[in-house]
Design a protein around this ligand. Structure first.
Ligand code: FCB
Length: 480
């Protein structure tokens, strides 16, 4: 019996893929990528302010100082979500807006901004889904060691408690971390994300302290929130496909699976780190950052798992000395995001690609959901999925983005297939509501289903936004 059995007979728009009743269609964003107002309302710099203001780190010197100006336009943006028929909104709160020094006194103005946003959402029947950490660590905490030190985990739990106290009466869906793989490996090993370090040992310490912070935050949230609260973490699991059936390629793919998937999933769901990962990273870290009693905290039960998916990767064994820049579509850093993986390489492949150079392949999403469901039996939400293309406003004043429409249609169908296979998937958040600051790519990559003119801040719903709206309204995707 799958979630779909009850809706088998329904038809919408003729032949359509109908989702289970109550399936949630939402849009997603993150604080630093859209808010702007970087120095307003008592906010102080996060590591992304520092990084983006460091010459050479972000495309064209772009920063999140103004971004999509959502800090001032949030009411209009919530109205846009309502027009899109979105039932939920996944956003993140900026730690340095709420607790400007990371550990100091609470900034009422910061809390009030999020409180007004939540009220605005509720007034339009949009469910707020709050992420506490989407990569923007207060700079003061980075100055004290950032995620390489244990103390940051405890400060994160304090911040979680502050947010639960402020918004727990109105927000029921809470996510601790967004894609901690990126925070740890792109931030501390590859150097392409803030804080821009290139040290594999630091990255592995960051993995552990992010997980510890997650576990402590879950405990703090559970203690402060009503019993109905749904608590989660969002990961970006790799769909790592070996290039050939050789044993060497299988081993290479298993290393990527270890460093991007099992290093998070095993502690979270099994209370232990994978032995093979500890073994192949022993050359860079002795793992002395793990203390007795940490793993049970990390394995504190969660209610749902957030899954971000963009594309699968093709992995092969590598013999010899390769250039250290990584080829998995996250930009070229000075560092290596894959500690202990000098014998692993990523291959490109023919076929469609997005403007990020990422291959388009929705089968990876179906496979991923099946695997996560069978391994962990935890209900899931797709908390991000989407694509960048080089959008323009046409002569007719519209943004026609057929490639994104096709991408979304294929991925909606893959989610439908995964549910039909038996996976418990409860919702889908498109990345992103708006074009925004795409990290080290600045404003050069557009992921929105709504176009943003960054000079005038004018918003234009793209064809993909209309396609999303139709899907959300019908709770069904027309069969391609
Ligand atoms: C994810 C991030 C999100 C956005 C998309 C394209 O890794 O969580 O902020 O950058 O990629």
């Amino acid at each position: 019996m799958t979630q779909l059995d009850a809706v088998e007979d329904s038809t919408v728009e003729g032949s359509a893929l109908v989702f289970p009743d109550g399936f949630v269609w939402g849009t997603a964003t993150a604080a630093y990528q859209i808010e702007g107002g970087a120095a307003e309302g008592g906010r102080t710099p996060s590591i992304w302010d520092t990084f983006s203001h460091t010459p050479g780190k972000v495309f064209a010197g772009d920063t999140g100082d103004v971004a999509a100006d959502h800090y001032h336009r949030y009411r209009d943006d919530v109205a846009l979500m309502a027009e899109l028929g979105a039932a939920a909104y996944r956003f993140s709160t900026s730690w340095s807006r709420v607790i400007p020094t990371g550990t100091g006194p609470i900034n009422r103005e910061g809390i009030d901004f999020y409180s007004r946003l939540v009220d605005e959402l509720l007034a339009r029947n949009i469910t707020p889904t709050l992420t506490l950490y989407h990569w923007d660590l207060p700079q003061e905490l980075q100055d004290a060691g950032g995620w390489t030190v244990r103390d940051t985990a405890y400060r994160f739990a304090d911040y979680a408690a502050v947010m639960a106290d402020a918004l727990g009466d109105r927000v029921a869906y809470w996510t601790t971390l967004n894609e901690p793989w990126c925070s740890a490996f792109l931030g501390y090993a590859a150097g392409v994300h803030a804080p821009g370090h290139t040290d594999g040992a630091e990255a592995l310490a960051a993995v552990h302290h992010l997980l510890l912070g997650h576990g402590l935050a879950i405990q703090a949230l559970r203690a402060a929130l009503p019993a109905k609260a749904q608590l989660a973490i969002t990961l970006n699991p790799a769909v790592a496909r070996p290039a050939t059936s050789s044993a060497d390629d299988a081993r290479a793919a298993s290393k990527v699976d270890g460093l991007q998937n099992r290093i998070w999933l095993d502690p979270l769901f099994r209370g232990r780190y994978p032995d093979d990962v500890r073994a192949f990273t022993a050359e860079v870290s002795d793992w002395s950052h793990v203390q007795d009693g940490d793993l049970p905290i990390i394995a504190t039960p969660i209610d749902v798992l957030g899954v971000n998916y963009y594309n699968p990767v093709i992995v092969a064994h590598y013999d010899g000395v390769k250039p250290r820049a990584h080829a998995d579509g996250h930009g070229d850093g000075a560092g290596d995001p894959w500690p202990g993986c000098a014998d692993v390489q990523f291959l490109d492949r023919p076929g469609r690609h997005t403007a990020m150079g990422w291959p388009v392949d929705a089968t990876g999403l179906r496979d991923l959901l099946a695997r996560l469901w069978s391994d962990h039996h935890t209900p899931m939400y797709i908390t991000e999925n989407g694509a960048a293309y080089d959008d323009v406003v046409d002569a007719d004043g519209q943004v026609h983005d057929p490639e994104r429409v096709q991408y979304l249609g294929e991925h909606f169908a893959a989610v439908h297939d995964a549910i039909a296979d038996g996976a418990d998937v409860r919702g889908y958040y498109v990345w992103s509501l708006l074009d925004n600051f795409e990290w080290s790519y600045g404003y050069s990559k557009r992921f929105g289903v709504v176009y943003v003119d960054f000079d005038s801040q004018e918003r234009t719903t793209k064809d993909s936004g209309k396609f999303f709206a139709r899907t959300a309204r019908n709770n069904a995707v027309p069969t391609p």
